[in-house]
Design a protein around this ligand. Structure first.
Ligand code: HEM
Length: 237
């Protein structure tokens, strides 16, 4: 007797049940995708654009790290190798460089949108606070990334930035000493900047984005000021 061919739809449903029973993940995804939101517009797309750019930075940064040499003698040469010789290296590097500027521009636009909608007020104070920490961390990404090219411009711009940091009251000298990681700008400084740029700060931003988005989904997005929301559909639950 021929064995009947399995129904693909049934197989998918069975697989979903299997995962659902063990993790509850499909229900979470369904709740996330089909939650109620108030009328939104283009201004509400800036947060998702930021997320996209952040992911792009993580991917292109990881690709660059595969060929980058974080040492005073090797850094500039490895950058030249990536740009001039590696397959599509120029594209990956260009995407990472322009992506960094794009992220800062989008951050300002997103913050402006949130500010003019009054979306930072109760009950979204923590969404704003996590956003502010993301903003500061992104600035730190810019500072630590700039030095890694290790050409004259990068070197002296970073010397100036670290010196200016050192003049800030109370914490300034500590931050400056921490960034310098030694008596002069050298091998230890580039290693420290690299570790901060590659691991510590992106990890922190990733965790903060997770909390930020958790709060956005939990509290829902703020509608256009003054526009009534039918049935008070402001919550995202
Ligand atoms: C990588 C950085 C960021 C990502 C990926 C991100 C992502 C998002 C997303 C997807 C939303 C919902 C859709 C939208 O309103 O655009 C949102 C909302 C929000 N974001 Fe961000 N955001 C970031 C940075 C910031 C910053 C720097 C601030 C402020 C300092 C901020 C404050 C807020 C607030 C208060 C909301 C709620 C808006 C509302 O209720 O309408 N975010 N964010």
């Amino acid at each position: 007797m021929p064995i009947p061919a399995p129904d693909p739809q049934q197989l998918v449903l069975q697989a979903e049940d299997w995962v659902e029973y063990r993790t509850g993940f499909p229900t979470l995804v369904r709740q996330f995708l089909f939650r109620k939101v108030p009328p939104t517009g283009w201004w509400h797309t800036l947060g998702s654009s930021l997320l996209t750019v952040f992911i792009m930075q993580a991917v292109t940064g990881s690709l660059l790290a595969m060929s980058y040499d974080p040492s005073p003698n090797g850094a500039y040469e490895s950058i030249r190798y990536i740009t001039d010789q590696q397959t599509l290296g120029w594209l990956i590097r260009g995407m990472h460089k322009w992506g960094a500027s794009m992220m800062v521009i989008l951050l300002f636009l997103h913050m402006g949108r949130v500010f003019f909608y009054g979306a930072y007020k109760y009950p979204r104070e923590l969404t704003w606070l996590t956003g502010s920490l993301i903003f500061l961390s992104t600035m730190a990404m810019g500072l630590t990334g700039y030095l890694l090219v290790w050409d004259e411009r990068a070197y002296w711009a970073s010397v100036v930035a670290v010196n200016i940091n050192g003049t800030a009251p109370v914490l300034g000298p500590f931050i400056s000493k921490f960034l310098l990681a030694g008596p002069v700008f050298g091998a230890q400084t580039i290693s420290r900047f690299y570790a901060l740029h590659m691991l510590l700060i992106p990890g922190l931003i990733g965790a903060l984005i997770f909390i930020h988005l958790w709060l956005v989904v939990k509290l829902g997005v703020t509608p256009w000021p003054g526009r009534p929301v039918p049935g008070d559909e402001v919550t995202g639950d």
